[in-house]
Write a protein that binds this ligand. Structure first.
Ligand SMILES: NC(=O)c1ccc[n+]([C@@H]2O[C@H](COP(=O)([O-])OP(=O)(O)OC[C@H]3O[C@@H](n4cnc5c(N)ncnc54)[C@H](OP(=O)(O)O)[C@@H]3O)[C@@H](O)[C@H]2O)c1
Length: 310
């Protein structure tokens, strides 16, 4: 079977196309492209079926597991595929690892080392118990996230663009340093003992609930990450679609009740708005996938992320 490869502008991408056996799959085509170009490994490639000029239709992305025959145009008796370079890729676990490593290292630096002399303060600093508990709470949170990345999450996408590493690291590393600077500051004023205990206690319960939510999500997929999207059931998922984000937001609220800084609350607001956007997309996707038609289950009525608001 002859496969013609074109770029999005319609120019031929591989001169003369590629010849593949009739039984070839999309994955075989991806390997053949890599072999020929020596640059575009499979996860860098986005292969789609061409759409007629002027059409508003979204192009169909070729599924790597399917046979090329499934996309063969019988009328034109040929197969034309549009190639797009997605740019250098990294695995999701690499992306998450570097995102979380920054705050895990940067925050304790502000607690353990005499950093504030570089900001014009003396070396003497009284460390309040809340600052000590905060550093443990913080490190537990990011260690948990790294452990979940390697031992719990079953990602559906193998890779993410390398550029996301820089964007996401900037977000986590800068916010981590910003919060660490204020919570460990020599002029920091601690909250009362009861408020601190309520904040950390509530936050810890939410962190453990968040881990449990991630285990529930993990069990919706096969160990190789296949299985697509399912309706999550059990625990808080019975009332809210993104219970993992709900517990994530509340655990940051707990941290902020205990430590009470403007920096911490700014992060809480930004993180909540990011997760709310994602949660709305995930909720819509599940409602569309499980629409109750043609034997498909109907997605139950649930809050999206933060009952009773959303
Ligand atoms: N503080 C912040 O700013 C912030 C922001 C975002 C996330 N987080 C934290 O990081 C965690 C991970 O976030 P995330 O957004 O990358 O992933 P996520 O949505 O929490 O999902 C975790 C894993 O479960 C899978 N999954 C989700 N819904 C599923 C369903 N209905 N059926 C089957 N599998 C499903 C996901 O698959 P896919 O690979 O297909 O997505 C992913 O592998 C969050 O839960 C939260 O604790 C924090």
């Amino acid at each position: 079977m002859k496969v013609t490869l074109v770029s999005r502008s319609g120019r031929e991408f591989i001169n003369g196309g590629l010849e593949l056996p009739d039984s070839a799959t999309v994955a075989d085509l991806q390997e053949a492209i890599y072999k020929r170009t020596k640059k575009f490994y499979p996860s860098r490639q986005r292969l789609t079926v061409p759409v007629p000029p002027g059409s508003k239709e979204r192009p169909v992305v070729l599924n790597y597991k399917k046979s090329l025959k499934d996309y063969f145009d019988e009328k034109q008796n040929k197969l034309t595929v549009v190639f797009k370079d997605l740019g250098p890729q990294v695995s999701y676990s690499t992306l998450f690892f570097f995102e979380y490593l920054g705050p895990l290292i940067l925050y304790p630096i502000f607690y353990y080392f005499p950093m504030y002399k570089f900001f014009g303060y003396g070396e003497d600093r009284v460390i309040h118990p809340v600052q000590t508990y905060a550093v443990y709470y913080w490190c537990f949170h990011y260690l948990k996230r790294i452990m979940e990345t390697f031992f719990v999450h079953r990602f559906s996408h193998a890779t993410s663009p390398l550029s996301n590493v820089f964007r996401n690291c900037a977000y986590y590393w800068l916010f981590g340093s910003y919060i660490a600077y204020y919570v460990n500051h020599p002029l920091y004023t601690p909250v009362g003992d009861l408020q601190m205990k309520i904040g950390f206690g509530f936050g810890l319960v939410c962190q453990l609930s968040n881990l449990y939510c991630h285990i529930i999500l993990k069990n919706l997929r096969n160990p190789d990450g296949s299985g697509g999207y399912q309706i999550p059931h059990g625990f808080l998922f019975n009332i809210v679609t993104c219970a993992n984000y709900t517990t994530e937001i509340y655990q940051w609220l707990g941290f902020n009740i205990a430590t009470q800084t403007v920096a911490g609350y700014v992060f809480l607001i930004v993180a909540t708005s990011i997760m709310t956007n994602w949660a709305l997309t995930k909720h819509r996707r599940l409602k569309k996938l499980f629409d109750g038609n043609e034997g498909r289950p109907k997605y139950p009525r649930r809050w999206v992320i933060l009952p009773p608001f959303q």
